[in-house]
Design a protein around this ligand. Structure first.
Ligand code: TRP
Ligand code: SF4
Length: 404
């Protein structure tokens, strides 16, 4: 895997849903902003994925892409730190998807839980299509194309990362074999030097004979440390550890995004379809009105009735937005009926509006200069394309499609 360290690479995608809400902000975007400083990050808009369900009316997709990317940027996702791009601008996704489709058993795709679920949920659409069945495989191609080791996703996407691991394993098993693999691997071991070679052999044995995961991890770390071996040898040493062949496509891991810390206005999950959301860039008057209308602990019928913050969705907002002294004020005031609910909501309203001020201002810059957004995405696509091409060179070679 020439020069790529999968454990340092993060990839994630979002379907173009248009403008985002505070649930996306606290659940996903803030996480991306943090990751972009710690890893080599690729974040992309999965516009082809949108077509798997919206093929009958693709017209809204382009503006939804634009609006969503403006929100990413406004939230602090930084094109100087992370690579931002649109899937369909990097056609390599399609090539890898096609090649992987040749070796993917239909049963694997039919068994993905979201397949039947979504067909039932979106019963107004005809989803008995080839593209929709292939959706998880397209996602696998998205991930494997960049040899990303880490994939931040919500719980609903974990099954897709799991099938990606199976696809990678199958690919490496089928195409990672060289005729003289074992001899080449043994020679590579010797090139590490006596001490490391001895350690490698004993760790490999412990893993292969006793399934000891720690030995496998230690051995992988040992291989990673080696400075003086070629990349091909490194891949052989990695593959040989598990008794297979070269690792051409590494298996990714899901980085589980914590369940939405931010509930919707009614206490359910915040979602556009439940209409219980606050937009990331929403007019302050509308933010204020929405929070004022939020239901509170039903026990507080009259001002003199005490309540329990744990029974109230407003409290969840305080947990995210308020400092300790405000939270103490709420707890005392609520349980002793010392404050009214409107009074209690005031600091939340102020905090949400204050947080959004900066986001709205940043978004405006991009909205006023759409060419800036286009150029960020074009640059991102170029960087992504370079990384994608490197993978495809090795994939084609492994599959015997190297005509040059
Ligand atoms: N399927 C994901 C969703 O609906 C979006 C997505 C597409 C994705 N490709 C990806 C997420 C690759 C992570 C990695 O949310
Ligand atoms: Fe909720 Fe605050 Fe009212 Fe208590 S006082 S019920 S926490 S809004």
């Amino acid at each position: 895997m020439s020069g790529v360290d999968p454990s340092q690479r993060v990839l994630s995608g979002m379907r173009p849903t248009g403008r985002l809400h505070l649930g996306h902000y606290h659940g996903v975007l803030k996480n991306w902003v943090r990751l972009q400083h710690e890893y080599e990050c690729f974040f992309f808009v999965a516009d082809w994925h949108a077509l798997t369900t919206h093929y009958q009316d693709p017209r809204g997709i382009e503006s939804a892409v634009f609006d969503m990317v403006v929100d990413w940027l406004a939230a602090g996702v930084n094109p100087g730190s992370a690579t931002l791009f649109v899937q369909s601008q990097v056609v390599e996704h399609a090539e890898l998807h096609l090649l992987l489709s040749m070796m993917t058993p239909l049963g694997w795709l039919e068994r993905v839980p979201t397949y039947k679920d979504q067909q039932e949920k979106l019963s107004d659409k005809d989803l008995t299509t080839y593209g929709f069945l292939g959706y998880p495989l397209l996602q696998s191609a998205d991930i494997l194309l960049y040899r990303a080791g880490l994939v931040p996703v919500g719980a609903d996407q974990v099954a897709h990362v799991e099938i990606t691991r199976e696809i990678a394993r199958r690919f490496n098993h089928l195409y990672g074999r060289e005729v003289d693999f074992a001899e080449l691997a043994e020679a590579a071991i010797d090139k590490m030097g006596k001490k490391a070679a001895k350690l490698y052999r004993s760790l490999r044995k412990k893993y292969l004979e006793a399934g000891d995961q720690d030995s496998l991890d230690t051995a992988r770390a040992l291989v990673k440390e080696q400075q003086n071996i070629t990349l091909a040898d490194r891949e052989r040493l990695m593959g040989y550890l598990e008794g297979t062949g070269k690792v051409i496509l590494p298996e990714p891991q899901a980085l589980l995004t914590e369940a939405a810390k931010m509930p919707g206005l009614d206490g359910q999950k915040m979602s556009k379809s439940y209409n219980n959301y606050i937009g990331l860039r929403e007019d302050p008057d509308s933010v204020s009105l929405k929070i004022k209308r939020m239901p509170t602990d039903p026990a507080r019928v009259r001002l003199s009735d005490p309540g329990q913050p744990s029974q109230c969705p407003v409290w969840q907002f305080h947990l995210l937005y308020s400092d300790d002294s405000t939270k103490a004020w709420v707890e005392t005031g609520c349980t002793t009926a010392g404050i009214g609910c409107l009074e209690c909501k005031k600091p939340v309203i102020d905090a949400v509006i204050a947080e959004q001020e900066q986001i709205i201002a940043r978004a405006r810059t991009y909205e006023d200069n759409p060419d800036m957004v286009r150029s960020i995405l074009n640059d991102g696509a170029e960087v992504a394309e370079d990384a994608a091409r490197q993978t495809l060179i090795e994939v084609r070679q492994a599959m015997g499609l190297q005509y040059r």
